[in-house]
Design a protein around this ligand. Sequence first.
Ligand SMILES: Nc1ncnc2c1ncn2[C@@H]1O[C@H](COP(=O)(O)OP(=O)(O)OP(=O)(O)O)[C@@H](O)[C@H]1O
Ligand SMILES: [Mg+2]
Length: 465
Amino acid sequence: MGWTLAEILAATGGKVARPGKGSRYGEIVTDSKQVKRNSIFVALKGERHDAHRFVGDAVRRGAACAVIHRPLPAATLGGATAVRVGDTLRALGALAHYRREKLAPKVLAITGSNGKTTTKEMVAAILAQGRLDGRSLRGRVLKTEGNFNNLVGLPLTLLRLNKKHRVAVVELGTNFPGEIQRLAEIADPDIGIITSVAAAHLEGLKNLAGVAREKGALYRCVRPGGTIAVNLDDPWVRRLGAKFSGKKLTYGAAGQLRARGLRMRAARGMVFELHHGRQQTRIRLGYLGRHNVTNALGAAALALAAGVSLAAVRRGLSRAKPFTMRMQRENWRGIGILNDSYNANPGSMQAALETLALIGGRGKKIAVLGDMFELGKRSGKAHRELGRIAAQAKIAGLYLLGDQARQVRSGALRAGMKSDQVIVGSDHGEVAMRLRQQLRRGDWLLVKGSRGMKMEKVVQELKNV
Ligand SMILES: Nc1ncnc2c1ncn2[C@@H]1O[C@H](COP(=O)(O)OP(=O)(O)OP(=O)(O)O)[C@@H](O)[C@H]1O
Ligand SMILES: [Mg+2]
């Protein structure tokens, strides 16, 4: 769609620090390697790199405008226009916000401690099956790619908006106080959901009340006349929702949207009846675990609030597929693997172990767990508690990796596991080797840990024979 210089200045409040050729530019990029002819290069200062150093490179590659927050020599800028702003990261958000307001799609924003990406993928799958104002939405829904949910990722997502888009589904993530508020200002959502409030990112947000305050910013920032989706089964979310005076769609056991008759379908997914007021429909979900049924209810609530039909919800949920390493079901020599190695915190560990316990059959259940990061002072206790929960899941073996492995082990032993059932491994390869000796056809393996633990390597090493 491109930008005029006047739009860039209006969006960012910046000044022309040095006029260049032309006043109409192409798309906005932050990575100099992605610059094309006539691009606008926004020079971000990250933790490791300051992209002001790459402005010269961007201009050589064809950038015609640079948005910067510190002066640069004329030689660096070449023929490009330089727009000076107070802070380029803020300017990137402002540009994204400008485009969002100009194109005015319906914006659905998703935050929460767990299940954001899953809910986002599910709602996008539903919308693709739906109609709005009598027209199909297929190909007209923009969604966050992967996990682009921070102060860089969200703007880059919204900057991909074009005239064909009727709906945007965006994920908002947070590590520090104030981030959701800013992301929500940028996205200006018509509909917002907080999937859950749980112990995650506690180093920045301190405790559950801090997490709730941070996530609560999304409900506060929903547009006037907008709708929020409220998970009544999460006490913190319920409380945040109660403070909201606008339109609400609730879900959970006592919600307007409810799942009844829930069961696991041959370790392939979940089946349930979705009730919405007097309407009901049967949902076949290709995801495992009760937590994913909760995510599906949240996705359904968002989609219904956006105006699509219950039939579209049914079709979309049956087509949605787990994102990589989120409870991804794999098979190796007749052994079922639940690869949930994308990330972990106490809530998601519990959900994953419950899912493992829910799988029927005669085979053994084994869990391979890595440390949960970012728990601050609560870390030791949370890992001992994890050991207890693992023991309750009736697993035959528990393999552990990481600095906190001994804490998990002590929790598991105290809760009744035998010492030879709980093994602290030295690395991924060693764990894979031991697993190969223990696993038999029909067994089930759960693999999970925080991102930095790279627990997927256990699965790779296991298959690598
Ligand atoms: N509703 C839920 N309750 C508890 N755990 C969940 C829930 N949904 C997903 N999880 C767990 O969280 C993991 C990550 O899922 P997902 O990527 O959807 O979450 P996210 O909120 O986007 O995470 P991130 O903060 O990394 O962006 C899953 O592998 C699963 O273990
Ligand atoms: Mg995510």
